[in-house]
Ligand binder design. Sequence first.
Ligand code: ADP
Length: 667
Amino acid sequence: MSDFKKVPTTLKRVPITFLGVMALLVLALGWLGWLLLEQDVSLQEQRMRVRVDTAVARLEDAFANGIVAERENLKKIAAILNTNQGTDLSAAVDLLQTQNIYLHFSPDGMKAMPEVALRYLPIPEQAKPLYAEFEQIDRLEFQQQDYSSALGLLQPLAASPDKKIQAAALIRLGRIDRRNGRINEALRWYQALSELRGQKVASVPAEWIGRYARCSIFEAENKLPELGIELGQLVHTLGAGGHKVAASTYRFYVEAVTKWTKLVAKTSGSEPLKPLHAPSEMAADFFNTWSDLQLGGADEFGVQTGGADSEHLLGVWTAFESDLLVSIIGFDRFAETSLAAIIDELQSKGIGWRIADATGQALLASGPNPGDYPSSLRPLVIGGITLTVTTFATQSMAPDPDDITRRRLLLTGLLLILLIILASTYFISRSLRRETQISQLQSDFVAAVSHEFRTPLTSIRQLTELLASGRVENKEKITAYYRILQKESARLQRLVEGLLDFGRMEAGAHRYQPKSLNCSALLEDVGTAFREEYDLTTAQLSLEIEGMLPVQIDRESLTRAIWNLLDNAVKYSPDTVKIEIRARLKNDKVSISVADQGVGITAHEQSEIFNKFVRGSAARVTHSKGTGMGLAMVRRIIEDQGGEINVRNKPDGGSVFTILLPSTEPQ
Ligand code: ADP
């Protein structure tokens, strides 16, 4: 019998094998997805590289075009200067309306446009010879040290209408008064000298000399606030440019300014002056280029870079006749005018860029290269120099829309397949589990039925053998044995008929024969029959029936249903069997309840026990026989005829099954 109870091992193994296969499938899918994604990433990187490569070529082109445009401008200016000899450079440049610095080297010297662009020149002005008047005065001052005579001669000259004479006189007056300790007078003379704008003494602007002298007096007198004010003015005039001074002169003054700045610890917001001025230094370079050309250089056009730190300059030159025309432009400004479009485009795409000179120094860059992404470098040979143009992808590089679509499709596809696998795993394993459960139930059923059959059959066989042998002579015993035989065969018959009927009901082949009947009478009859069947010392049955309870129903099937409930009430009440049948009319329905004081039914089992083959914990607790089909049959009988059945536990122990049937007569 125990063999029946076993669920086939193959059936048990199926879910495990199935789950294993599904897990393998998910793993394979994951691995495949990983490979695809990896490939996708490398494809994306490849596309990125292509975009960066294209960008570098475009940046290079834009840069070269910018240089060509500068050259074209130079050619235009050269043409104007050439055709209209004597045309002013500023007039020619004005036509172009650019903000570049232009230099024009010619045998006549060098001209700069704008004039204030340079702070010192490669070709400084020649010092003018000293005026004859001052030779005698200088002799009085330096050789004879006759200061009062010198002063006497100088004072009228300081008021001369000729500014050059005035300047020469003032510088001497200041010097002599300072030497003789008349500091205030000296300061005044130097102040007057500072105010002679545009005048020079020995190729140095009078203003520089005057302010320098006043600063040095304030330093000597330790008048720091005054020194600070004067220094500010000196810095201003040095930075203004446009004076035709030599580089050495400019540097001499810048060094003095640096020294005094430290002394007054002035923290002005303006940029401190540097001893080298980038455009002026470039002008010196171009002076050399021009000198080389004079010596037979063949080039017509060239490019130079200059400047340092934050200020990088781009110089483009062209030669015509014996002249050299130069355009100097800051790299930042060049980027604004010639590279704006491409820079905007690169920025919007998240591509970084850098233009460096041959030494690797960055002249222009969008920002630091993160170095983790593809980059592309190209040498750009132009106008005799070599630059390097680099573009690189940055973290903010906007992904290609194609890449996004492809990645999305890939991920959606993978996700879909995963979902399908998971969903089918769920559904298949659920039905497999059900299959196993049903198979288990069926095994239990077969075992239970065999057991049910075996017990009466065994006693029938033993009793018939005994009777057939003729060994029993006692008449009373013989009658008792026959009664047992009758009871056991009736039980067998009930069992077989019950099974057959249920089979018919399940197949929908059972024919009910509904008739109007009074439930009260039916219940009374069942009660009486039940009392006869069961020993009343162990089973107490009480009936509480309220009035007539008319229903339209198949009498036999309802009797069987109530009999089953009563049967269960006895089976699952191990101690005292106390059964209560209550019947009454409730809301147009006839309610029949069967209550016992047995073991009760757990909440979880209450919904399960009406399914076929299900035997609950009460069956185990009470070790009672059964097939698990009784309640399934009761429910089918009641529901097939328009009624319903439910169960609940009583608070004081035991369970109550309630049948509700439609009443045929409204109350
Ligand atoms: P069987 O009685 O043959 O097991 P049934 O379909 O009649 O099959 O009952 C199904 C299960 O419901 C029983 O195994 C038992 O666990 C539970 N049950 C039925 N009636 C009662 C009751 N009156 N008290 C407690 N448990 C019950």
